[in-house]
Write a protein that binds this ligand. Structure first.
Ligand code: NAD
Ligand code: UDP
Length: 340
């Protein structure tokens, strides 16, 4: 059995579908602060099995302990997605972010120790690299000081896991995600940004759908080929599959304790203008956009060297930018048609 925290969220729900379809028994813990219980219906529809669900605040140690009393003895592994993730909000409410994201991880590690659960996959982020001096980044590329409290929680969580793996029986993997986009091919699960999206791809799909008047491209004089920022956009289903491979690696481990880190991206950098063009090509819908000022805190370019994940996790991204954007568009349209 695998416990999936944050399993009704965007990346968690896609991962639960992959896990169940590959024979894992899944138990989801989520407080629904940024997701909906209806995700359980969609996961059931796509996998043929409804995961057991506990509505629980993972940053509340008593609540979590009570849930682990019920399920802890049956679990072999935990995938820990649950976290607050809005960069801007974390600047406004740093304590809320440190409390939620750090306490949740610490509580999970305490319960794993208590119930002798040895395997942990943790959601980290390429934000830990900041603006790297050289691209692509490998796992050896030095981390930089975080641009936001959110980013800092990811660096601190990585350190907490590393240190804990030296002190208790724990085999752990941090996956450093690059920019997750896209949705399941069924268009039944996807990303549900609340309010005006901060991220590029939901803003693009909402502009295409006529919900936003126009996309503003943040900065066109960066030192890149077309002047716009470069990121590594990874399809969420490929990302979900990386968790499966990480789990398999951990469950096959013979050591008492270990800690490892993997970049999970495509290895390809795409500019903001590349994304707009790829969306237009993939969907046939044009995007109304204007060039605007830079967004504070944005870095010029980051993309992954994925050699380590390719060789040691036996994982490689399969889906390209156009396929990813097409799936985002299908999800946007399907979601709007059901909710308007
Ligand atoms: P999401 O918000 O869709 O999912 C996170 C889930 O965690 C939500 O369902 C939320 O209700 C739950 N949650 C948050 N705090 C909780 C708590 N205290 N107790 C119980 N449940 C709680 O986010 P996502 O995009 O699926 O991200 C999943 C993980 O991946 C997060 O750790 C995030 O920081 C990390 N990550 C995301 C991205 C991205 O761009 N989406 C990039 C890098 C890393
Ligand atoms: N971006 C943009 N307009 C938007 C949102 C994002 O030009 O409305 C750019 C942003 O400046 C960055 C890229 O798109 O270069 C990806 O931003 P996102 O917020 O999706 O991810 P980040 O890499 O910042 O986590």
């Amino acid at each position: 059995m695998v416990i999936v925290t944050g399993g009704t969220g965007y990346i968690g729900s896609h991962t639960c579908v992959e896990l169940i379809n590959n024979g894992f028994e899944v138990v989801i813990l989520d407080n629904l602060s940024n997701s909906h219980e209806s995700m359980l219906d969609a996961i059931e529809e796509l996998s043929g099995k409804r995961p057991t669900f506990y509505k629980v605040d993972i940053d509340d140690s008593d609540q979590l302990a009570a849930v682990f009393e019920k399920i802890g003895s049956k679990a072999e592994s935990v995938i820990h997605f649950a976290a607050k993730k809005a960069v801007g909000e974390s600047v406004q409410e740093p304590l809320e972010y440190y409390r939620n994201n750090l306490d949740s991880l610490i509580n999970i590690l305490v319960e794993m120790g208590r119930h002798q659960i040895q395997n942990l996959v943790f959601s980290s982020s390429c934000t830990v690299y900041g603006q790297p001096d050289v691209c692509p980044v490998t796992e050896e590329t030095p981390r930089k000081e975080a641009e936001s409290p959110y980013g800092n929680t990811k660096s601190i969580c990585e350190d907490i896991i590393r240190d804990t793996s030296k002190a208790q029986s724990l085999n752990a993997i941090s996956l450093r995600y690059f920019n997750p986009i896209g949705a399941h091919e069924s268009a039944k699960i996807g990303e549900l940004p609340i309010g005006v999206p901060n991220n590029l791809v939901p803003y693009v799909t909402q502009t295409a759908a006529g919900i936003r008047k126009e996309l503003t491209i943040f900065g066109d004089d960066y030192v890149t080929d077309d002047g716009t920022c470069i990121r590594d956009y990874i399809h969420v289903v490929d990302l979900a599959k990386a968790h499966l491979q990480a789990l398999r690696k951990l469950e096959a481990a013979t050591s008492e304790s270990s800690y490892d880190i993997f970049n999970i991206g495509t290895g390809k950098g795409s500019s903001v203008l590349d994304v707009v063009k790829a969306f237009e090509t993939a969907t046939g819908v044009s995007i109304n956009y204007k060039l605007g000022p830079k967004r504070e805190g944005d870095i010029t370019a980051v993309y992954a060297d994925t050699t380590k994940a390719n060789t040691q996790l036996n994982w490689k991204a399969q889906l390209g930018l156009e396929e990813s954007l097409k799936s985002s568009w299908n999800w946007e349209q399907n979601y709007r048609s059901r909710n308007t």
